[in-house]
Design a protein around this ligand. Structure first.
Ligand SMILES: Nc1nc2c(ncn2[C@@H]2O[C@H](COP(=O)(O)OP(=O)(O)O)[C@@H](O)[C@H]2O)c(=O)[nH]1
Ligand SMILES: [Mg+2]
Length: 326
C-alpha cells in the first residue's frame, strides 16, 4: 500500500513513483527503455542500476536522462536488494533494461497498487490476453517453474518469473530478500504470497530482444539455482508438508521389507528375515524422525510469523508517527 494511500497516513500529495532498471551490458536498448518510461510516466524518477557494464550502458543511460547508480555485488538479485534498501518512494516499478517489456502498460501495472487493490502487480506474459514471444527454452523453464510453485504453494499465478512488476512501499521495505541472481523473482513471488500480500497479474506482451542483444540468464546454472531456491522456500515455508512427505515416503517404503519379515514370522513363528526387519525398523524410524522435524519447524514457523506480525505493527506505528510529523 503506498504511503500516500495508507489509511493512517495524512499525506495527500501525489505518490512518488520510481522506475527501477537493473542493467548489465544493455547498451543497445537501455536508452530506449529510459526514454519510453520517461515518456509514459513523466512524473516518475527513472533509475538505472548498473553492475559493471563494459559496453558503456551506464553513460548511455545517463545521457538518456536516467539517474545511474552502480552496484558492486554481481547478480540481478544483489541489485534488486540494493534498489529496495536504498531508494525511498511510494510506488516501485521494476523492469528489465533489454526493451522486451512494454512501457505502454506501466499505467495499467501501477493502477491496482495505486488503488490499493494489490500490494504487488505482476506483468504476466502468459495470460490469455498476452501475446508474448519466447525462446522455447525460456518458455519451457517458465512453464515448469510456474507449475511447480502453483503445485507446492497452491496458487494460480500464470507468471512466476516476470521481471516487470509494480510494488508498494510496504512490500519493498518489509520483504526480506537474500537471493543474489535470477532466483530473486521466485523469492519475491513466494515470500509475498506466504506473507499474505495481495498479488494481481496484469497481462503484458513480451517482445524478443533486439538482434545482437543477449539474455544474461544461463539456462542450466540459473535454472538449477531457481529450482534450488524453490525447494529451499518449500522447506522453510511449508516445513510440515516438506518433511511430512519425506517421512511418509520413508514409512511407506519401510512397510515393504516389514511385511516380508512379518509374513516369515507368521509362517514359521520365528523371525526368519532379519535384514528385512532391521531395514524396515530403520526406515520407519527415519520417517517418524522426519515427521517430528516437520512438526517442530511448523510450530517454530508459526511463532516466527506471529513475531514478524508484531514487529510489522510496531514499524507501522513508527512510520505513521513520522508521516504526521511531516
Ligand atoms: N545490475 C545487473 N543487472 C543484471 C544482471 N544480470 C542481469 N541483469 C539485468 O536484469 C535484467 C534481466 O536480465 P535478462 O538477461 O533480460 O534476463 P531474462 O529476461 O530472463 O532473459 C536485464 O535488464 C539485465 O541487464 C546483473 O548481474 N546486474
Ligand atoms: Mg529480459
Amino acid at each position: 500500500m503506498p504511503a500516500g494511500n495508507h489509511p493512517n497516513s495524512n499525506r495527500s500529495d501525489p505518490p512518488h513513483i520510481v522506475i527501477l532498471i537493473p542493467c548489465l551490458n544493455e547498451a543497445q536498448s537501455i536508452a530506449q527503455v529510459v526514454q519510453d518510461f520517461k515518456h509514459e510516466l513523466p512524473e516518475a524518477r527513472v533509475l538505472v542500476f548498473d553492475n559493471g557494464s563494459t559496453d558503456h550502458s551506464a553513460e548511455i543511460a545517463a545521457a538518456a536522462g536516467a539517474e545511474v547508480f552502480s552496484e558492486k555485488r554481481q547478480g540481478k538479485g544483489s541489485v534488486v536488494q540494493t534498489m529496495f534498501q536504498t531508494i525511498e518512494a511510494d510506488l516501485y516499478v521494476m523492469v528489465d533494461g533489454d526493451d522486451t517489456y512494454p512501457a505502454g502498460r506501466v499505467r495499467a501495472l501501477i493502477e491496482p497498487v495505486l488503488q490499493d487493490q494489490a500490494d504487488m502487480s505482476i506483468g504476466s506474459r502468459f495470460q490469455q490476453e498476452s501475446n508474448s514471444q519466447f525462446r522455447w527454452v525460456n518458455l519451457l523453464g517458465n512453464i515448469f517453474f510456474q507449475g511447480l510453485i502453483n503445485f507446492i504453494f497452491q496458487t494460480h499465478l500464470t507468471d512466476i518469473l516476470s521481471g516487470y512488476r509494480c510494488l508498494s512501499r510496504r512490500i519493498v521495505k518489509r520483504l526480506p530478500l537474500f537471493e543474489r541472481g535470477f532466483e530473486i523473482e521466485a523469492e519475491l513471488t513466494v515470500k509475498s504470497l506466504e506473507r499474505g500480500y495481495r498479488l494481481i497479474e496484469v497481462p503484458v506482451d513480451l517482445r524478443p530482444r533486439q538482434e545482437g542483444s543477449h539474455s544474461k540468464i544461463r539456462i542450466v546454472q540459473d535454472g538449477i539455482k531457481i529450482l534450488a531456491t524453490i525447494f529451499a522456500l518449500f522447506r522453510d515455508y511449508k516445513p510440515l508438508t516438506f518433511f511430512g512427505s519425506v517421512g511418509l515416503a520413508f514409512i511407506l517404503s519401510g512397510l515393504i521389507p516389514g511385511l516380508v519379515a512379518v509374513a516369515g514370522y507368521l509362517e514359521t513363528g520365528l523371525v526368519t528375515h532379519f535384514p528385512s526387519a532391521i531395514l524396515s525398523v530403520g526406515m520407519i524410524l527415519t520417517g517418524l524422525l522426519c515427521i517430528t522435524i516437520g512438526l517442530v519447524l511448523h510450530t517454530l514457523d508459526r511463532r516466527f510469523r506471529e513475531m514478524e506480525y508484531l514487529i510489522g505493527i510496531y514499524f507501522d506505528h513508527i512510520s505513521a508517527k513520522e508521516n504526521k510529523r511531516e
